[in-house]
Design a protein around this ligand. Sequence first.
Ligand code: 13P
Ligand code: SF4
Length: 306
Amino acid sequence: MSTDIGEEIISLKKDRDALLLVHNYQDSKLHELGDFSGDSFELAHKAKYTDKEMIVFAGAEFMAETAVILNPDKKVLIPSSTAKCPMAHMLSPKVMKRYQTQYPDATIAVYVNTTAEIKAMADICITSGNAIEIISKLDNDQILIGPDRNLASYIQQQLPEKMIIPFPEIGHCYVHQKFIPSDIKKLRNKYPEAEIIAHPEVASSVQTLADKICSTSGMLKEVGRSTSEKFIIMTEIGLIDRLRSNFPTKTFIPARKDAICIQQKKITIYNLYLSLLHERYQVKVPATIAKNARLSLERMLEFSEA
Ligand code: 13P
Ligand code: SF4
C-alpha cells in the first residue's frame, strides 16, 4: 500500500464519520486501516451498536446487508458490488417455501450467509460462532438448517438430542470444500505435534479429523489459549496472516494454500479508497424485507447475548 492512499483512507473515514469493519479473511493492510476486525457475528454486533454515521464493510455482501438490516438509519457501503458469497445464493425463496411446507412444525434457523429475503422468511439466524449456543437454547427439537450442510452436520454431531434437517441439497462453500481427508491425514502424519483447527464449513468427513472446530474468530481465541506451538488450519487462507500477526512465535500451516475466497478478495485498498471517496456502493434492503429479516437477526443477538 502506498502511504498516501492509506492516509487518504484515514482522512476520508474521518470526514465521512465512517466505521470500517473488516472480516477476518481480508488482507492485512485492510485490517491495519479498519476500526474492527472479526467474524461475521462480531461484525454484525459492531454494526448494530455503532454511533458512526456510515459503515463500510470489507467483507461479503451478506455481511453488509446484515448491517443495513440491523442499523437501518446508517449508510452502509461495500467497496466491490460483486463481493457476493456464492453459498448465500444457494438457498432461494422457492426452495425455502418447499421445506417450510414439508416441515410445518420445524424451527427454521438460517446461516447468516444468506440473502435478506431468506432471513426474512426464517425464525432465527445463526453464525458459525454462535450456532451451537443458539440451537441448544431453542425449545423446539426439530430444526431446519440451511444453506450450509456441513455446518448443519456439525450442529447435529454436537447436539444429538436435536433433530437437524439440513437444506437445500446443494448448500456448501466452495472454498471449504477443497479440504479433503487424505490431505489432512498426510499433514497429521507429517506434523503429529500440531493441533488441527477447522471451520464448520469443511465437509463432515474432514471435521472428524480436526481437534477443534470453530468460527474464524474462534480460531484466533483457540490459538491464544492453546499450549500448542504448531497449528494446521482449515479455512480461507487470509486467516493465516491474521494468526501469524497475532501470534508471531507460533507456527501455522495452511491445510491448503489455494483455499481462497475470490469474492471476499474483491475488496482492495484501492476500491476501499474509491468507496469512501464516492460513497459507493450503497447496500440497500427493501423496507418490507428488512423488517422481517431484522426479527431473525435480533433473535440471534438476543439468544447469543443471554
Ligand atoms: P465466520 O463467521 O466464521 O467469520 O465465517 C464466515 C464465512 O463466510 C466463512 O466462510
Ligand atoms: Fe462464502 Fe465460502 Fe467465501 Fe465464506 S469463504 S464468504 S462461505 S464463499
